[in-house]
Design a binder for this molecule. Structure first.
Ligand code: GFB
Length: 315
């Protein structure tokens, strides 16, 4: 990648996009094209086309998406399917029309079948039924990666499609209902400690296994793959390590300093039982993550406390 070229980071205020911006700027990129949601609605095709005609980005990091945890996915199927289809189609289409050199597309490990072999190889895609709680999001992401692949095959636009495992880190959404498990539980443990509550409720049975990747590692892998991934096939990005939700809750209890009890609410869904990614394609190229889960949870908690102190997260 030529880091002095104009680069559009779509979704630059989100968890992933803000990490992409940090990583690009750290490496000297100065010509970043960024637009807030208020300035550019990515679900509007005409607005996206006009924006690309004016700004002519050479590279695109497509990190804009409607995202959320298990409950949000299950509650807003229309937004998760429709908005993601619109956003990714509009951007890929505009990038193709305006002659972009390369696009990075981000999917998710939930694109794979609920009962895929573990660890999940890239070729498990479309070999079985999806996990129902996030099938809408998964279908949108499968369509996005296939559209990118089609553009590469038919028109020669290189689209690097990354399928990251569950992400976390600074810039995450800490909404108690709509968030993913790490910010959701971090906030709940923190508030329980502050109010002196004697227990914290964790959704589900605690037995599902998840693989968590710090978002700065994802951004690092993204830049690495923009330079090193030549195939039109998608590529998994994870750590190769997994923890149960029970173990994660214990870690968060320790990180936040909550002294009470952890209680599991098994009336809430567990979601998919396990989704460990097979990252041998990526690791075979020499890339490895650098942030351990414990280290990442501690630094994310510090970030959360600072944001809370600054009034950026509503109590
Ligand atoms: O992070 P999460 O919402 O996403 O949930 P998924 C992970 C696990 O943590 C599930 C449990 O087993 C939840 O039941 N959990 C326990 C909690 N307590 C909580 C809590 O307070 N909040 C949340 N959110 N979960 C996501 C998809 O699935 O995976 C996304 O919904 C995306 O679309 C992402 O694909 C990678 O791992 O179940």
């Amino acid at each position: 990648m030529d880091l002095s070229a104009p680069i559009h980071v779509a979704g630059h205020q989100g968890l992933v996009g803000s990490a992409m911006v940090r990583a690009l700027r750290d490496r000297g990129a100065e010509n970043l094209i960024l637009r807030t949601h208020a300035k550019l609605d990515l679900t509007e095709q005409a607005a996206v086309r006009e924006f690309y005609r004016e700004t002519r980005p050479r590279y695109v990091f497509l990190a804009a998406a409607k995202v959320g945890g298990i409950k949000a996915n299950d509650t807003y199927p229309v937004e998760f399917l429709r908005d993601n289809l619109l956003i990714q189609t509009n951007i890929l289409d505009a990038a193709l029309r305006e002659g972009c050199e390369k696009v990075l597309f981000l999917g998710s490990s939930c694109i794979y079948p609920k009962h895929a072999p573990q660890p999940i190889p890239e070729d498990a895609l479309l070999t079985g039924p999806l996990e129902p709680t996030n099938q809408w999001y998964a279908l949108a992401k499968i369509s996005g990666l296939k559209l990118g692949q089609a553009m590469q095959v038919q028109y020669g636009l290189p689209v690097v499609s990354l399928m990251p495992t569950n992400l976390y880190g600074p810039g995450d959404n800490f909404d108690p209902e709509g968030s993913h498990v790490i910010p959701g539980l971090m906030r709940r443990f923190h508030e329980a400690k502050e109010t002196g509550a004697d227990k914290v409720v964790v959704w589900g049975t605690g037995s599902p296994l998840r693989e968590f990747l710090h978002v700065d590692d994802l951004a690092d892998a993204s830049l690495f793959l923009m330079d090193n991934w030549e195939s039109d096939e998608h590529v998994n990005v994870g750590t190769g390590e997994e923890v149960s939700i029970r173990q994660l809750a214990e870690l968060l209890k320790d990180v936040t300093g909550f002294a009470g009890e952890i209680v599991f609410d098994d009336t809430k869904p567990d979601g998919t039982p396990r989704k460990l990614l097979d990252c041998s394609s990526l690791f075979g190229l020499g890339w490895r993550p650098s942030v351990s889960l414990e280290e990442g949870l501690r630094s994310t908690y510090e970030w959360y406390l600072n944001e809370l102190g600054a009034g950026n997260i509503r109590g």
